[in-house]
Design a protein around this ligand. Structure first.
Ligand code: FAD
Ligand code: FES
Length: 358
């Protein structure tokens, strides 16, 4: 499960000055391993300046495309995204972990739903996959996309969206919101905020008609839009969000007081790929992930910041406390899923399983 596979880069397309779309060649024997659901992401790994750098990138192709493609937007000063935008060429090999993530809903050809999506900047990446896949898989469903950018020149996948609009004239509604380029309709100018979303809901979008909403973009935009949708009457369970969160500062763990007389150490068992491995760790010095890696277990991770969910596992026995969680939905936490990079054992024995997906 933690395994990286070397995949060859088949194509690098410069979508804008600061964003590339990268298509991977998937050999026939890895087709099943890299089969994905719309909205999932890949963890990519590269050695950059002697450092093992791992980052998550959302798949932007449709499930039906028989293609594995991600888009990488350069973050100013960002290590992986700058390296990829400057150096990645067709023929290069990258280490890629199989697709992960839950930013999607099950599709059904008989459904007749109206989906809504708010995307900003590189947040379009998983949304494009979701739109393309859904419109093909559910012939009676519709999609409305509100897509925020600074100006036309920074719009990733503009041509592809135009083609989609032509193909699904009656089923895809597409609205561009620009913050630094004046458009005729005032509503379409500015940034996507809670207030702007509220204006869309008053004038353009009937919330009673919406079955599911997807949001992907900067953190403040996502929370603002989510609040606005809920205030208009959309149930929280119908709102799916995906946080990219390069901007979230790394969290510093604050040690807990361990009760007098209580054991300071925990016996941890990690189940992965059907095998169990055990180690002993201090309850509050390092996360379960760091302790496991130190014990020589090849546990999977990417951000180590509670954002990407690559390190997700299920607690089968015992209890852990999570520091931060930007990745798991409430229902996953209720079912016992945790982020191992954020988890610190509370009980003297903990068993976690990385093989359980749902
Ligand atoms: C589930 C998921 C899906 C994602 N999908 C996509 C996608 O489809 N497309 C996409 O482009 N991105 C996506 N991301 C974001 C991506 O994973 C990276 O976070 C992003 O590309 C930035 O990585 P980087 O290595 O370039 O930047 P980093 O080197 O990680 O830097 C990030 C930020 O921190 C700042 N920084 C770096 N080092 C320091 C320092 N020492 N002190 C202060 N500040 C510093 C940088 O200036 C930058 O602003 C996704 C993230 C997640 C979690
Ligand atoms: S490694 Fe990203 S959430 Fe734990």
């Amino acid at each position: 499960m933690s395994k990286f596979y070397p995949l060859t880069v088949a194509k690098v397309k410069h979508e804008t000055r600061d964003a590339i779309a990268v298509t991977f060649e998937v050999p026939p024997d890895l087709k099943d391993t890299f089969a994905y659901r719309q909205g999932q992401h890949l963890t990519l790994r590269a050695m950059i300046e002697g450092e093992d750098v791992r980052r998550s990138y959302s798949i932007c192709s449709a499930v039906q495309d028989d293609l594995l493609r991600v888009a990488i937007k350069r973050t100013p000063g960002g290590m992986f995204s700058s390296w990829a935008n400057e150096s990645l060429q067709p023929g290069a090999t990258l280490d890629v972990m199989p697709p992960m993530g839950h930013f999607n809903v099950p599709l059904d050809a008989a459904s007749e739903r109206h989906y809504l999506a708010f995307a900003a900047g590189s947040g379009i990446t998983p949304i494009l996959s979701i739109i393309k896949t859904t419109l093909q898989a559910e012939p009676k469903s519709r999609f409305t996309l509100v897509y925020g950018n600074r100006a036309s020149s920074t719009v990733i996948f503009r041509d592809e969206l135009t083609d989609l609009k032509d193909q699904y004239m009656d089923r895809l509604r597409l609205v561009y919101v620009m913050s630094r380029e004046q458009q005729d309709i005032e509503l379409f100018n500015g940034r996507i905020t809670e207030e702007k979303c509220g204006q869309f809901l008053q004038r353009w979008i009937d919330i009673r008609d919406i079955d599911v909403a997807f949001i992907c973009g900067p953190e403040d935009m996502m929370h603002g839009v989510s609040r606005s949708l809920q205030a208009a009457g959309l149930a929280k369970e119908k709102i799916r969000i995906e946080l990219f969160a390069a901007s979230i500062p790394k969290h510093e763990h604050k040690p807990r007081q361990i009760e007098a007389g209580a054991r300071h150490q925990t016996e941890v068992t990690v189940i992965m790929d059907g095998n169990a491995a055990s180690f002993t760790m201090d309850k509050d010095k390092e996360s379960l992930l760091d302790a496991g890696l130190r014990a020589g277990i090849d546990m999977r991770y990417s951000c180590k910041g509670g954002v990407c969910s690559t390190c997700r596992c299920k607690v089968l026995e015992g209890e852990v406390e999570m520091d931060v969680n930007y990745a798991l939905e409430d229902y996953e936490v209720a079912r016992g899923f945790v982020l191992s990079c954020q988890s610190f054992p509370v009980t003297d024995k903990v068993i976690v399983d990385f093989d359980i997906a749902e």
